[in-house]
Design a binder for this molecule. Sequence first.
Ligand code: 13P
Length: 267
Amino acid sequence: MSTRTPIVGGNWKMNTTAETGVALARAVAAGSGGVACEVVVYPPFPYLATVGGTLAGSDVQLGAQDLYHEPNGAFTGEVSVEMLRDVGVTVVLAGHSERRHVIGETDDLVNRKVRAALAGDLMVTLCLGETLEQREAGRTTDVVLGQLRHGLAGVAEAAMGRVVLAYEPVWAIGTGVTATPDDAETAHRAIRGALADLYNPQVAAATRIQYGGSVKPGNAAALAAGPNVDGFLVGGASLVPDDFLAITRMATAPDPAADRQPEARNA
Ligand code: 13P
């Protein structure tokens, strides 16, 4: 039985307003007391400070969706680690597939961001995942492990306690298509094996690997049953407090039977 504490993040992406973001944060803070996993929400930049205020006194952590690796200066539109810390951010995403594939971030830039976040004492969630084309070409493992190696280049073993990985197959993000529990577990196992090679078995055993890609209350428990699945990074369903809270409970209760209850009620 793993001793890793699951971690569930709600990536709000470019959604919410100041008002709906605060309401969502309030509901998550109120409903997540007592869950046995770590919970993070990632609001858009303009709402970080306000949402952080709403979360004060709760166990929910404030996360940022991105950062820039330079400390300050002429980088129009960018946000530094120090600025994020200043508004109470403790966790930051790096290399989300939308940043890689929509905005065009390279492995090298993602690595700079990972190292900047760690140097600034933040926790960082490094996102990994293959496109459908790469998967169909049989390149899933190559691509994901390549992103892992590039993303962690220059990251010392001592910093690995503040690194979380998120496996998010691009073809499953926002599409309603989810990786099967077997797909997820296979990729997570390969990532953990690569960590043992890159670092050592202790780091591999201790590092949390979240799954992301169309996670919903209806599939979370089955996915969480994978021994190498340590929680979720949730997009769409994180905007619906009841759904997100249900997922946080399923991340720590890997009982596939729990997955079937909503259907039974509707029957
Ligand atoms: P969806 O849950 O909307 O597929 O998004 C997943 C994701 O990208 C989380 O970072």
